[in-house]
Every structure is written in structure tokens, then in C-alpha cells.
Ligand binder design. Structure first.
Ligand code: GLC
Ligand code: CA
Length: 537
């Protein structure tokens, strides 16, 4: 199999606000990122997915863009961005930009024009509906709460927004709007972007009249037009974020013919620990056997037909070691185990900043949080009669700020993230968990991730091997085999904190134990708490 560079790659996600501050204002920035490129090179990653750095009023931390062709001043300048791309390139790291094409900021020039009158040329760049004040066109609800419709008295019209009102939805039905977006993307390509992550891209083909947000009838038509006019100019990696993508649709998103995107970023495994049909805040224990079924399905059914992203964490999700690992007595073991399970599968692995250190969730007072989603939910649920305690429990478990606390570089004040006051409080455990403590420690979570990244480059079986799940019904063990013409890899992991028997020893007879999270040699037949083993022959 001849594989593409991004099929062999590992991608590192940077949330710029929280990565490294360079000027003491408490906010991470581009110059801060440039100063940490050597660290990323050492980890061995091939590309950085940079969450949005374009001009933005930051109502949703950059996912509300007011100018797609300029850099937000808190992050730096266009020159800094070009320098970042150049400096990254020297280290063989490509910069993947985050394209927010479903909506803009309400401060975008297009929207300011659109609001002026119904016959303004930009009016049709957004989605409008005539109406009367107080009676929205329908009862569609936004992702962050509230109605999807916002009244503009001057026009006697509502506009449509799937996220907060300051994020009006763009009207993809308008060919002029689409062309502007393509021109903008091509401009970034010319500036040196190495790829693009497409924010909530499954929601662009909305038809609010019919209550349709995700998976509109024209979705894949738009994808193909977008790709043809931009990404197909070269060898760019593109990843489509799609909460609604099913295994049936994924081959369209990521067709090997390159007509849409390189890969899909879907969330089927992520939604498992919530009560069915409810919100992510409605917690439920992880159904482990189901987790294996879901991940296994994506491995076998997409094989040869498309390409998947492998991730546990991102800026919208809690820290995996706190979520499905054990961030108390087995933090290091379980962080390594979770990494092993994920990186051994087929797809392109993503490491979210700090995951490679085993960074954990936080528990703050409600006033110490920043995220608009947390704040809206808190108010809504208080009004709906939930107890404060219950709400806080959900925030501790699933709040997006868990992943957004500053990167922990060392044990100095504010973890070496800033000399000023950080925009979001640093996790108090930074004195123990930080880059400085882990970088030169061969047994650290960091060193383990580094080893995994390296293995993927050395063994093609990570990329093209077939997948077979072992013991799908087992309540503790996550184990599988990957195989191609030359090599066989077996991953055996104990997903929990109790010691158990390992019924798979025959499967690994004569194989080499390449990577494991316990120092002493394996005790034949037993799996210790969160033990992970990766064999290759
Ligand atoms: C995506 C982003 C998230 C953002 C939302 C709206 O899900 O990852 O952070 O709030 O889109 O743009
Ligand atoms: Ca700064």
C-alpha cells in the first residue's frame, strides 16, 4: 500500500490561548508557540493543528472570526504567523489552520453590512427569516443553549445561528459567499499553510425551514466543490470535524480519491459516557464493551474505504486520564495505557497539548471558569431546578475548560506559561506534572508518547495493518491484532485498576515486547493495573 504522508503522521493540537505566553499579558500567542517548536520537534510530531488565531472578538475563543485574513492582535501579527510557518517547516512540521466556515463573528464586515438592509449585497451571506418580534420562526435550539434565532429590529428579521448569537451562520446556498471562502483559503495556502481542520463542517448545509442543521442534502456537493477549488491544488491534509458522521457516511468524507477531505474527525466513542438521548452533562458510566465495539467498528468497516482520526482529547473535551483513566494512584500507568490503545489503531493520531504529560481535569469555582458553554449551561440548569452541586459535578466531568488550562512547562509560578496573570487559572498540580520534570525522564508519560510516535514511523503495520479485536466481550481487557504482509502487532491492555489474568499469552508467543508501561519484565499470564503491552514481530 502506498500511503500518504498524513496517514503516517501524528498531529499535535495547540490551543493558542493556553500554550505559551511570550509578552506577559497572560494569553498564549504565536511568538510563544515559535519558542516551543523545539519541544514539538523532540516529541516527533509531523503537523500542528492550530486552533483559530484569526481576528476575533473571542466570544467563543476564536471560533467567532471577524477577519479571516488577519491575525487576532492578542496572538500576534501576520508576520508572526508567517514566521511560525517558516520556523515549523525547518523542523518538518506543517501548520494546519482551523477554518471556521459554518459561521463568522457578528463583527465580521460581511455581517455588519448584511445588517444594514435587506438589499445590501452581503445580506444574503447569512440566513434570514422575516417575522415578528418575540415569535421566532421555529423552536430550534442552539448548541450552547437558547433559541437559534436572533431578532434584528431594524430589518424586522431574524438571523439564524447554531452557536451563540455572536456567531451568525453563513449561507452556503450563496455561490458568492462560497467563492469568497475559497479565495480566502487559497490566500492561506499561498502563505504556507500545510493543511486545514474544518470546524463543524457537517453543519454548513443547513436548512432551518426543515429543522436541518447537520447532514443537509447538499453537504457533500459543497464539500466536493470546496475541495476542488482549494485543497486539491496540492498535498494538503484536511480534516473534517463532524459530530454527526456515521460509519456509513465516513467513506464519503474521506474517500481515498481525494474528492472531499483527507480524513473525518468523528465522535461516536466520545458520546458513550452520557445518558442516551440526553446532553453530555447527563453523566453515565462508560460502557466498556460498547467502547470496544464502537472503536472496533470504525477500524474494520472503514478499512480501505476512508480514513479516520484517532483522538481521546481536544479543546472541547475533558482530559482523558481523568475521564477514562485514573488520575489519582495510577495517573502515569493509565495515561500510558490509553495512549497505547489509541496509537496502535489505524488512523491519524492526534495529541492534544498536555495529553503527552498526562495533564488532568480541574475543579474550580464557577466564577473561575471562562467558557461560554459552561456559563450558559450553569444558568440554564439552575433555572431548570438542578442543584448547584449536581451542575458542578457535570462541569468537573465534562466542562471544556478542563482542557483549556495553561500548558504546564515547569514548576515555577504559573507553570512557566506566563510571567503575568493567566487568562484561565493554571491547574494547581503543575508543580508535579510539567514538561521539565518529564522531558529527560525515560519513564515519564512524555517519553512514552515520544516512543509511540517513533514506533509509528518505523513500522508500516501501524498504518496499513488489518485490525482484529480480541476478547470483545471481556469487561477489562482491550486487546487487538494488526497485521500486514510483513509484520504482526499485538496490543494488550488492562483498562482498569485491578490485577487480572491475561488469557492471550499464546497469541504473543515468540513476539518481541516493544513497549510497555511497567518497568519489570512481564509476569506471564497476569495483567497489572492499567498494564499496557505492545508486541511486534
Ligand atoms: C467546534 C469547535 C468548538 C466551537 C464550535 C463552534 O465544535 O471545536 O470549540 O465552539 O465548533 O465553532
Ligand atoms: Ca501574550
Amino acid at each position: 500500500m502506498s500511503s500518504k504522508w498524513w496517514q503516517k503522521a501524528v498531529i499535535y493540537q495547540i490551543y493558542p490561548k493556553s500554550f505559551q505566553d511570550s509578552n506577559g499579558d497572560g494569553i498564549g500567542d504565536l511568538r510563544g508557540i515559535i519558542s516551543r517548536l523545539d519541544y514539538l520537534e523532540e516529541l516527533g510530531i509531523n503537523a500542528v493543528w492550530l486552533s483559530p488565531v484569526c481576528r476575533s472578538p473571542q466570544k467563543d475563543n476564536g471560533y467567532d472570526i471577524s477577519d479571516y485574513q488577519d491575525i487576532e492582535p492578542i496572538f500576534g501579527t501576520l508576520d508572526d504567523m508567517e514566521e511560525l510557518m517558516r520556523e515549523a517547516k525547518k523542523r518538518n512540521i506543517r501548520i494546519i489552520m482551523d477554518l471556521v466556515l459554518n459561521h463568522s463573528s457578528d463583527q465580521h464586515r460581511w455581517f455588519l453590512e448584511a445588517k444594514k438592509s435587506k438589499d445590501n449585497p452581503y445580506h444574503d451571506y447569512y440566513v434570514w427569516k422575516d417575522g415578528v418580534e418575540g415569535v421566532p420562526p421555529n423552536d430550534m435550539r442552539g448548541v450552547f443553549g437558547g433559541s437559534c434565532w436572533e431578532w434584528v429590529p431594524e430589518l424586522q428579521q431574524y438571523y439564524f445561528h447554531q452557536f451563540v448569537p455572536e456567531q451568525p451562520d453563513l449561507n452556503w446556498e450563496n455561490p458568492k459567499l462560497r467563492q469568497e471562502l475559497y479565495d480566502m483559503i487559497n490566500w492561506w495556502i499561498d502563505k504556507g499553510a500545510g493543511g486545514f481542520r474544518l470546524d463543524v463542517i457537517d453543519q454548513i448545509a443547513k436548512e432551518p425551514d426543515k429543522g436541518i442543521t447537520a447532514n443537509g442534502p447538499k453537504l457533500h456537493e459543497y464539500f466536493r466543490e470546496l475541495s476542488k477549488n482549494t485543497f486539491q491544488r496540492g498535498d494538503y491534509v484536511t480534516v473534517g470535524e463532524a459530530w454527526s458522521a456515521t460509519i456509513e457516511r465516513a467513506p464519503l468524507y474521506s474517500n481515498p480519491d481525494g474528492s472531499e477531505f483527507s480524513m473525518v474527525f468523528q465522535f461516536e466513542h466520545i458520546g458513550l459516557d452520557q445518558q442516551e438521548g440526553k446532553e453530555k452533562w447527563d453523566l453515565a458510566p462508560l460502557p466498556f464493551v460498547k467502547l470496544k465495539e464502537v472503536l472496533g467498528k470504525w477500524q474494520t468497516e472503514l478499512y480501505g474505504k476512508g480514513w479516520n482520526s484517532l483522538f481521546w482529547d481536544n479543546h472541547d473535551l475533558p482530559r482523558i486520564v481523568s475521564r477514562w483513566g485514573n488520575d489519582k494512584e495510577y495517573r502515569i500507568e493509565s495515561a500510558k495505557m490509553l495512549a497505547t490503545v489509541l496509537h496502535g489503531m489505524q488512523g491519524t493520531p492526534y495529541i492534544y497539548q498536555g495529553e503527552e504529560l498526562g495533564m488532568t481535569n480541574v475543579q474550580y469555582d464557577i466564577d473561575e471558569y471562562n467558557d461560554v458553554e459552561i456559563k450558559n449551561m450553569y444558568k440554564e440548569r439552575l433555572t431548570a431546578g438542578y442543584s448547584k452541586e449536581e451542575i458542578m459535578k457535570s462541569i468537573y466531568a465534562k466542562g471544556r475548560d478542563n482542557a483549556r488550562t495553561p500548558m504546564q512547562w515547569d514548576d515555577s509560578k504559573n507553570a512557566g506559561f506566563t510571567k503575568g496573570t493567566p487568562w484561565l487559572k493554571v491547574n494547581p498540580n503543575y508543580t508535579d506534572i510539567n514538561v521539565k520534570a518529564q522531558r529527560n525522564d525515560p519513564d515519564s508519560v512524555f517519553s512514552y508518547y515520544k516512543a509511540l510516535v517513533k514506533l509509528r514511523k518505523e513500522h508500516e503495520v501501524f498504518v496499513d495493518g488489518t485490525f482484529k479485536m480480541y476478547l470483545p466481550e471481556d469487561e477489562n481487557i482491550f486487546a487487538y491484532e494488526r497485521k500486514n504482509g510483513n509484520e504482526r502487532m499485538v496490543v494488550i491492555c488492562n483498562f482498569y485498576g485491578t490485577e487480572i489474568m491475561c488469557p492471550l499469552m499464546d497469541e504473543v508467543k515468540g513476539m518481541d515486547l516493544i513497549l510497555t508501561n511497567y518497568k519489570d519484565t512481564e509476569e506471564a499470564g497476569k495483567l497489572r493495573p492499567y498494564e499496557a503491552r505492545l508486541y511486534i514481530k
